[in-house]
Design a protein around this ligand. Structure first.
Ligand code: GTP
Ligand code: MG
Length: 553
């Protein structure tokens, strides 16, 4: 059933098409050639991260000398430099033993000003004993960028494109995670694992959410979870013998309490002993308890929780959808960027739509196309046959088969710019009062309760993933969608180019109030005075919430 690569229309892994040139999305390219499952990719990346160290370097550095020195401890398989509070180098050794050799050789900082906590991590500082006498290479170091270009620069780039569809691919290409950034994300998880292992030697720390679901943007947080799955497997194995023997373990009244205790201790550990772990906040009473911290050596904001199968499945499902068709990621990145620019999303938790909900709305819209662009969850499940949902991942390799079986005439032709306009039309006119969004069925179904926006959790029926969204925020989303649909319809690219005005996607990424508030006011009339009142309320709310402290997810 696997089909062959040349037959795959949908089965191609994320490919970007820019001015006729095809290229693989960094970080996923390696996967495409060898056809690995999501779990295999994760394991390989985590193994790579365990053979990796991070070195803070002086600004004037002789790259060759550094590599020569490191080579005395083992073969350096790959490396790159990046800027984050100075220059840092990520070094991947071929063997883990090279790290032990390096750790044995390096010194401990003198405790003249501060007392040091003697935890030997995989974070080092490299200094030149006598910088003046050391020859520094003429060629400057190549620094791998770890953040995307500012929106202002993006808009300039977009204006030079030849179509709205290529603008969307340019945005994707500028914002998506790079191979280097993915490596840094896995390294951050692996460094946290070093702490967790001090207590739980079998535990692992794995990334989930946008770091791995193909929708990650440079600058987004690293969601990671502590996994104790190995412990579970071990217990099952022992039961098979002619006798039973098990560990004596502490028993607690609930799983939630165990999670809270574990996270509390690991959080304290990171806070007290973790080099570069700052602003550690334990948010243990949230629905999903977590520890938030900034990991300064890699520059990431991190959220650590304990293994949550629903969140992992959501990441895997989005990974499948992101890999099915190159238009999926381009549309999601565009909508997420558009929502951010117009203040519909915010990195702090609040009453606005989250990126996760927004991504699910795009997926639902793609299921609703005629013919559909992605299958529903029920269709995927049916094809997975006897297997449980967890086996859905294997379907990634049978994408053509899946779609050709469930959809008679696959949607190959709808251009991206059409999808963008239709997305705004669809949600600008969606009956949110009556209907909810159900990705399992791929249908609009009656709302089971009165939340303004109801998106069924695909893996936990009767749970709404957008319960946090209030009426003013939803109204704001509808108004922006209508305005954007209108702008795209009235599009006159040639005239706008002559007038040197932003056109297409570029015009959608400029806050509407700035240039065309009077035009916007006219179109808002159609929504009714109640909507305008709630929009004003939402603006007030926005200000109040920006001062609100993070309270978890
Ligand atoms: P960005 O970080 O904004 O790039 O996107 P993200 O998808 O990583 O979102 P976020 O960091 O907020 O959440 C991480 C993951 O947690 C998501 O990908 C989901 O798997 C899960 N998640 C977040 N919010 C919810 C929610 O409301 N309900 C459920 N079931 N899962 C959620
Ligand atoms: Mg995230």
């Amino acid at each position: 059933m696997q089909g062959n690569d040349h037959d795959f229309r949908f089965g191609r892994w994320p490919l970007c098409m820019q001015r006729g040139k095809k290229f693989h999305v960094s970080g996923y390219a390696e996967v495409s050639t060898r056809k690995k499952t999501f779990a295999e990719v994760q394991t390989e990346r985590l193994d790579q991260a365990e053979r990796t160290v991070l070195i803070k370097c002086p600004s004037k550095l002789n790259e060759k000398k550094l590599l020569q020195y490191l080579a005395s401890h083992g073969n350096v398989k790959s490396h790159f430099f990046f800027e984050n509070r100075g220059i840092s180098a990520l070094i991947e050794f071929s063997e883990k033993s090279s790290i032990t050799s390096l750790q044995d050789a390096v010194g401990i900082p003198s405790a003249s000003e501060h007392h040091v906590v003697p935890f030997k991590s995989r974070l080092f500082t490299f200094t030149l004993k006598n910088p003046v006498s050391q020859h520094v290479e003429e060629t400057p170091l190549h620094l791998s960028p770890q953040s995307h270009i500012p929106v202002k620069d993006l808009i300039e780039k977009l204006c030079l494109a030849d179509s709205i569809s290529s603008q969307m691919y340019i945005l994707l290409n500028e914002y998506q995670l790079t191979e280097e950034n993915i490596r840094l994300r896995f390294l951050a998880c692996s460094l946290v694992r070093d702490f967790a292992r001090a207590y739980f030697p079998d535990s692992t720390v794995k990334p989930f959410g946008s770091s791995v679901n193909t929708f990650g943007k440079l600058g987004s947080d690293v969601d990671m979870f502590l996994d104790f799955r190995d412990t579970g497997r071990h217990a099952t194995k022992m039961k098979k013998g002619p006798f039973e023997m098990e560990y004596q373990m502490k028993r607690l009244p609930s799983e939630r309490l165990a999670t809270q205790r574990i996270l509390s201790v690991i959080g304290d550990c990171l806070d007290n002993f973790g080099p570069g772990c700052a602003n550690v906040q334990k948010i243990l009473n949230a629905r999903c308890p977590l520890v938030k911290f900034s990991h300064q050596p890699t520059g990431f904001q991190c959220d650590l929780s304990v293994s949550n199968s629903i969140a992992i499945r959501s990441s895997e499902l989005l990974y499948i959808y992101g890999c099915l068709d190159s238009r999926v990621r381009a549309l999601v990145f565009t909508i997420r960027c558009w929502a951010r620019v117009h203040g519909l999303t915010n990195s702090a938790p609040g009453t606005w739509i989250t990126n996760f909900s927004l991504t699910m709305m795009v997926m639902f819209f793609l299921q609703r196309r005629s013919p559909p662009i992605i299958p529903t969850l029920d269709q995927l499940k049916e094809l997975a046959g006897k297997h449980s949902c967890l086996c859905l991942l294997q379907l990634i390799f049978y994408c053509t088969f899946v779609l050709s079986k469930v959809i008679n005439k696959p949607n190959l032709k709808e251009r991206l710019y059409v999808l963008l306009g239709e997305f705004f039309e669809y949600f600008g006119n969606f009956d949110f009062r009556k209907n909810s969004i159900n990705l399992r069925k791929g249908k609009e179904v009656n709302k089971p309760e009165s939340s303004p926006l109801y998106i069924w959790n695909p893996f936990e029926q009767d749970l709404n993933i957008s319960k946090n969204v209030n009426q003013p925020q939803l109204e704001k989303f509808i108004a922006m969608a209508r305005e954007s649909a209108w702008i795209l319809q009235k599009e006159d690219k040639t005239q706008q180019m002559i007038n040197k005005e932003p056109w297409g996607l570029a015009a959608l990424l400029i806050p509407f109030g700035k240039n065309n508030s009077s035009k916007m006011k006219n179109r808002m009339k159609g929504i009714g005075s109640e909507t305008i009142r709630s929009l004003l309320d939402s603006l007030k709310l926005n200000n109040a919430s920006s001062q609100q402290k993070a309270v978890g997810k």
